[in-house]
Design a protein around this ligand. Structure first.
Ligand SMILES: Cc1cc2nc3c(=O)[nH]c(=O)nc-3n(C[C@H](O)[C@H](O)[C@H](O)COP(=O)(O)OP(=O)(O)OC[C@H]3O[C@@H](n4cnc5c(N)ncnc54)[C@H](O)[C@@H]3O)c2cc1C
Length: 474
């Protein structure tokens, strides 16, 4: 290899010669890949198969010093950089086309402090890594629901899952972070050090630096939870949803009940003739006495026809990985989302109408119930906002063939547009590439202005811009 042309931050090209590259590599403990390196095509992949981007260089880091070197190399050569945590973000921001991808996927160490009930989690960990280590002690970090999701992107945007109604979001449980800044310094952000940065990291995404390690407060949940899936006939979906919107909002924080409209997967507890049929799946987790949980889910079981169910004590780590196969890597994905003010009758009618014509077998309409502990934190405590939203409407539009792109994306856009009247705000981690105005919808005006201030201070040249970008000049 002679000279490598790498995309620069301003859209131009920088010629990096062999000597410069060798010097960079000689001090780098991890691996550096370019198009001619064995394994390149594997390391450039991300979860969403819609993105087939080709970074000129991939720096796969094994420690903080590698991250510092990669940031320094990127800055000195004015390169466009992207940061890959778990590679899950559906907007495809983890990978740059032609620039330098700083890949954290080998940085996956988790260390649990059993006495303090805290976990130190490397910036490239997946949720499954965290569950594996914390569950040895009956602990869990409040995060998401699919074990191959990255902690990095999830926790920097918010992070909600089965236990967040009881224990708060990932951002609410973040105690501190080790951050490599745009100028290559290693700093700690916490409630006592670099407080403005710490505030920005808890909702503002990857805009301010690369987090090489997080410290999280763990929750004591034991190793098994009362949980399950109750599968309803879709024919009565509107009737069930009208009941659900009131009932789940009356439940204690220990109980989390969501809805997913989709074609039934071939689950063993469902009769064969239900497989592939349109259904409404009602999954739940109860963090308490199973006898109490049983009483709380009875009205759900009884409301409209239940086609099948799997309910009981499930190992937490197994439950967390239970949905992995439905959303595995490589499929084409186009997600659209917004928070819902409520599930009013016209909103339910619109949801049922669009869900009734899913454009592929793999699409899901996902409606989590939020509220609980996160809603009692004051808006502005963290940069994650819209804390009082009751429900989220997330369109997991997912398919395999390029030929279906237009059909599937149009369905998602129409559905999103058709429910806009019932929406207020959006979760930054569920955005596709939708432009700056839409990114602003993930925040309130005050919080947005404050985020711009934090950006100006910590990344004035917008070095970290492959993300849901908050420009320092915004
Ligand atoms: C199948 C699936 C299930 C999901 N379930 C949930 C859920 O239950 N709850 C929930 O809250 N969200 C959920 N999400 C959304 C998820 O929070 C985002 O996709 C998130 O961005 C994933 O993080 P990642 O590290 O895997 O992403 P990546 O694509 O690797 O990163 C996304 C962006 O985050 C930044 N970033 C990542 N790591 C770091 C780091 N260490 N330091 C600095 N910046 C970093 C970068 O800017 C990067 O562009 C889900 C997503 C998918 C695809």
């Amino acid at each position: 290899m002679n000279t490598l042309n790498i995309k620069t931050n301003d859209g131009g090209q920088a010629a990096v010669d062999e000597n410069q590259l060798q010097e960079f590599q000689s001090n780098f403990r991890g691996d550096v890949f370019h198009a001619d390196t064995h394994g390149y095509n594997q390391v450039r992949q991300i979860w969403n198969g819609m993105f087939d981007k080709k970074p000129a260089l991939v720096a796969r880091c094994v420690g903080t010093s590698d991250v510092v070197r990669a940031v320094t190399f990127g800055r000195e050569n004015n390169l466009e950089i992207s940061v890959k945590g778990g590679g899950h973000n559906s907007a495809g921001t983890a990978v740059t086309d032609g620039g330098l991808m700083i890949d954290l996927s080998l940085m996956r160490r988790v260390t649990v402090d059993r006495e303090k009930k805290t976990a130190r989690v490397d910036g490239g960990c997946l949720l499954g890594d965290v569950d594996a280590e914390t569950q040895l002690h009956g602990l869990a970090v409040s995060a998401g629901i699919v074990s191959h999701t990255g902690v990095g992107g999830l926790a920097l945007g918010g992070g909600f899952g089965w236990i967040s109604r009881k224990h708060g979001l990932s951002v609410d449980n973040m105690l501190s972070a080790e951050v490599v800044t745009a100028d290559g310094r290693v700093v700690t952000a916490s409630a006592t050090e670099n407080k403005d940065l710490f505030w920005g990291l808890r909702g503002g995404g990857g805009n301010f630096g690369i987090v090489t390690a997080f410290d999280f407060q763990c929750a004591e949940i034991g190793t098994e939870v009362y949980s399950g899936l109750i599968v309803k006939d879709f024919t009565n979906a509107a009737e069930y949803m009208r009941f659900h919107r009131e009932y789940v909002r009356s439940l204690p924080d220990e109980m989390t009940v969501w809805m997913v409209a989709r074609h039934a997967p071939p689950l063993p507890f469902l009769p064969d003739d239900v497989h592939g049929k349109m259904v409404l799946i009602v999954p739940f987790v109860f963090l308490g006495d199973p006898a109490e949980g049983e009483k709380l889910i009875q009205p759900i079981q009884e409301k409209t026809e239940t086609l099948g169910q799997h309910v009981g004590m499930n190992p937490w780590a197994g439950w967390q990985a239970g949905f992995d196969g439905l959303v595995d890597h490589g499929a084409r994905n186009y997600w659209k989302s917004h928070h819902l003010k409520d599930l009013s009758d016209p909103c339910i009618d619109a949801i049922v109408e669009f869900a009734g014509r899913l454009p592929s077998e793999e699409c899901e309409v996902f409606i989590p119930h939020m509220e609980g502990a996160p809603s009692r934190a004051a808006e502005g405590d963290t940069s994650f906002v819209h804390r009082s939203t009751p429900f989220v409407l997330n369109l997991h539009t997912r398919w395999q063939e390029v030929a279906d792109d237009d059909k599937c994306m149009q369905w998602a856009r129409d559905f999103h547009e058709g429910t806009q009247a019932f929406a207020q705000g959006v979760y930054v981690n569920f955005l596709s590439q939708e432009g700056e105005d839409r990114i602003k919808d993930a925040y309130t005006g005050d919080v947005w202005n404050r985020l711009v201030g934090v950006k100006k201070k910590w990344d004035p040249r917008n070095f970290f811009h492959m993300n849901q970008n908050i420009k320092p000049s915004a």
